[in-house]
Design a protein around this ligand. Structure first.
Ligand code: NAD
Length: 354
């Protein structure tokens, strides 16, 4: 066993079908009485159902959360909720709603309860990525992490297949990078391997049978595990590339993760033999990068960055962004090999190691 350091993140997790019905009990436990519910516009109606569970303790709603947490949206939300005299936030939705809640908490100190309805895992991290002037910057602080998380698979039953698969692959990316993290540890690696294992089995079932309750529950469990991985150890090249592509070219977050993951894993494979062995076991496939690429096809993820609207002429700009301020990575960043990898990812070709 290697030497390691492990710091558990403080969060109270309630998991199970129907746990939304315990929301009022959680508010009692926390002593909260005036909550603002934050969501995307697309989930405005679903977020309103929160009022049914907490009655007069709902102080209001803000349904303007957007992908990549634009700072101007946060300013608008702060202005809207200031007169509501809130004592807490409820983030209802995927990473966009949770991101806005985190951004508001960072600026107000309000406690947060997250109710995730996708599989991206943001609710388990003290990390906030915000976008301003075409750049995405990330910071980490204890106040950013939601203190309470209610995982209710019933709330994910209507998550479209197109979002389910890519947000699950986004979660798997946290686990994959956790397995070769510089500050990795055995507990996080156990969670990472289990997260990959359950998501690899659940996502294809959801793609063909979106109403499968067991698969929905398993996927949300996997999302929790992978979210913990993201919160507890450092991420590497894959997350750096996805931040650059999302923040600068406006590519959709989860879809970009789904496209890039097999390619970055293939790039890192020669430098991460232990992670590859753990992934091979979790995926039941001797070629984990290829297996992740195939899962992407099975769940209907876009094949390449081209399909997401990125221009081929932007590959070099993306490469420059990745090389300019790199994260630690198990394999050194080699310009030529990275350029070839980005070109393959852009075209939607299968992953290849060079
Ligand atoms: P999202 O939150 O933008 O949701 C995608 C779409 O699905 C939205 O239109 C939303 O309204 C809809 N939706 C969500 N749940 C639904 C449901 N149950 N039924 C029907 N529709 C539903 O997408 P996401 O992939 O969950 O989150 C992406 C964002 O999360 C990005 O901004 C990313 O940066 C952030 N993120 C942050 C972290 C972190 O730790 N800081 C981790 C992962 C992702």
């Amino acid at each position: 066993m290697h030497d390691f350091r492990y710091a558990a993140l403080p969060s109270h997790v309630v998991f199970g079908a129907g746990v939304i019905g315990t929301l009022a009990d959680e508010l009692d436990r926390l002593g909260l009485g005036r909550l603002v519910v934050v969501s995307t516009a697309g989930q405005r109606a679903a977020a309103r159902s929160i009022g049914r569970w907490i009655g007069a303790r709902c102080a209001g709603y803000f349904a303007g959360a957007a992908m990549h947490t634009p700072v101007d949206v946060t300013r608008h939300a702060l202005a809207r909720i200031a007169p509501l005299d809130a004592d807490g936030l409820i983030a209802f939705g995927g990473g966009s709603a949770i991101g806005l809640s985190k951004a508001i908490a960072l600026r107000t100190g309000l406690p947060q309860i997250a109710i995730p309805t996708t599989y991206t895992g943001s609710e388990m991290t003290p990390i906030l990525g915000e976008t301003e002037n075409g750049l995405k910057t990330t910071q980490s602080a204890a106040i950013i992490q939601p203190g309470t998380v209610l995982y209710d698979p019933d709330l994910t039953m209507d998550l479209p297949v197109s979002v389910s698969g890519v947000s699950g692959l986004n979660a798997m990316a946290h686990a994959v990078e956790a397995l070769y993290a510089r500050n990795g540890n055995p507990i996080t690696s156990l969670m990472a391997a289990e997260g990959v294992r359950v998501l690899a089995r659940a996502l294809p079932v959801i793609a063909t049978t979106p109403g499968d309750r067991q698969a929905r529950s398993d996927a949300l469990y996997g999302a929790w595990l992978c979210g913990v991985c993201l919160g507890t150890v450092g991420m590497a090249l894959h997350h750096k590339i996805c931040h650059a592509l999302g923040g600068t070219f406006g590519l959709p977050h989860a879809q970009t993760h789904a496209v890039m993951l097999p390619h970055v894993l293939a790039y890192n494979a020669p430098a991460a033999p232990d992670a590859m062995a753990a992934l091979a076991a979790a995926l039941g496939d001797a070629d984990p990068a290829r297996a992740l690429f195939e899962i992407g096809r099975t769940v209907g993820a876009p094949a390449g960055l081209r399909a997401l609207g990125m221009a081929e002429s932007d590959i070099d700009r993306a490469l420059a962004l990745v090389l300019a301020n790199p994260y630690w990575n198990p394999r050194p960043l080699e310009r030529g090999a990275l350029r070839a990898m980005l070109a393959r990812a852009w075209a939607g070709s299968p992953p290849a190691s060079e």
